[in-house]
Design a protein around this ligand. Sequence first.
Ligand code: ADP
Length: 258
Amino acid sequence: MNSSRDCSVEETEKNTDQEDCKIKKVVAVMSGKGGVGKSSITSLLALQLSRQGHKVGIIDADITGPSIPKIFGLQQRLKTAEGKMLPAETPGGIMIVSINLLLDEEDDPVLWKGPKAGGAVKQFWKDVDWGELDYLLVDMPPGTSDVPLTVLKSIPVDGIIVVTSPQELALMVVKKAVKMAYRLRVPIVGLVENMSYLRCSHCQEKLEVFGPSRAEESAEIMGVPLLGKIPIDTDFTRFSDQGKVEEYQGKIEIKLNF
Ligand code: ADP
């Protein structure tokens, strides 16, 4: 882990006043559309970093479709102490804040648009006692519209990971993500292609279920590293659907060098 963030820097429109800045890196995970596995990749990355010995937190910034608490099997409401919200802690020690952990019922709909969603996420940064973290991952709202833009402006993000799948209109998404990152002056740290292939359990052949991979091509256009080609793994679906993602032992590697 290299140096911690420079909290003294005054950044336009960004809020850097998480007290004493005990959070070393803030990494946003975004995708061009829903369903490509952005929350799954956020969870897998959190698991990987935590198993490597890092202290990890997740802001579930997908305000209208929060799924992080479900993947980790969290149900308890968030508590407060001394005027600050306290993150929920998973059995494996990952700290999580999500709108779902504030709602009366987890299936209550959240109909907020950009500014209000951004406001909630800003509070998840500012008004939460995160303690010391090596990595704070932000599971972004899908797309590259105003909502994720507002969210990105609300938190001082150090880098963005873009998640795609082979069936996505990869190039268009990539270009939009690059444009957004450029506008906000946040570096894209890499690309992850999710659902890249399925390994046949009988003959071990790699099946390109959603068509041929475009990962290398997209990463090259973006000029960023390819952090991983993640297979479809039904074990993962099962564990995350049951809220037991921390019991998943699949050998998945996201090569985050950040
Ligand atoms: P998003 O956050 O982009 O909307 P999710 O992470 O919620 O997408 O994933 C959508 C669905 O696909 C979930 O049911 C999830 O378990 C499943 N899924 C995502 N990635 C994988 C994968 N690599 N292998 C198996 N299932 C996956």
